[in-house]
Design a binder for this molecule. Sequence first.
Ligand code: HMG
Ligand code: MG
Length: 301
Amino acid sequence: MSYPSKVRIFEVGARDGLQNEKQLVPCDIKVELIERLVDAGVTAVETGSYVSPKWVPQMADTVDVMAKLTRRSGVTYAVLTPNMKGYEGAVASKADEIEIFSAASEMFNQKNINCSIAESLERFIPVTDAAKKDGIPYRASVSCALGSPFAEEITPAAVADVSKKLYDMGAYEISIADTIGVGTPIRTKQVIEAVADVIPIEVIGVHFHDTYGQALANYHAALEMGITRLDSSVAGLGGCPYAPGATGNVATEDVVYMLDGMGIESGIDLKELVRTAWFISDHLGRIPVSNVARALKNKLN
Ligand code: HMG
Ligand code: MG
């Protein structure tokens, strides 16, 4: 067992986080959130999604967010795209990369993007063809990899199967998502092992929600296996409107605190990050779910 010396944090708060808020967050707040994250050292940030505004109204202003952002060189500004219409939006707003998304659960996929897993993969072919032609990198995510909200069993083999198909479509990273945060460390390892049997372990990423408080333990399990691609969400914001019961992703502050303690480099300044967690939480009118953000609040200066 050996831990990586360095990881990449892909910050999803402005998308996965804010897509789940009941209140619509103004564009300027989203822009400030993203710029603060970048100031804190985040180098990969999901700014929003080009999905149907009827399905996810919280993301309807992604085009404005992308237009208003002051971009920093060396930073990847990514958006989620479910189809060609989304891809065209991403290109028009000069996204650095896109994310396509499917699932290991048929029921979730139907509820989330209104098609079967097989249909979603078909739908992504023109998207990935265009992205290859345009030179836009894309990553892919596999939802419900550690469990489904719909009383069905998800096997590691099913996760590996979708992961391999998305990898064969040219995704540079396959993000294994615990959409409803039910995973535990040994199960996490079993799923990563199954996926690593069919695609290189270097391209596997992890995206864990923290519904049952297991996400940090699961990230630790993934780090033990050499995973270096971690998604997290400032202030622990998030959830998925189409996954009943899902709460936020693991808080980026909690992940960075753990990484700092383990001597694993993330490039992120914890204090700046905690200030950012309070900035967005104050706007939302609540305290961050992150233990680290709460513990450090009075030690920021
Ligand atoms: P549909 O109703 O089957 O699609 O939805 P449609 O093609 O019939 O289009 C319906 C309407 O949406 C049309 O408008 C389209 O133009 C419009 P109308 O004619 O009715 O006025 N439309 C779009 N508008 C803007 N951007 C687009 C777009 N596409 C169609 N790209 C669709 C299918 C995929 C569009 C819909 O199901 C959808 O938008 N789903 C997105 C759901 C979503 O965003 N879920 C959350 C993100 S995934 C997630 O959180 C999981 C993740 O974090 C990992 C994890 O934790 O598991 C990534
Ligand atoms: Mg998610």
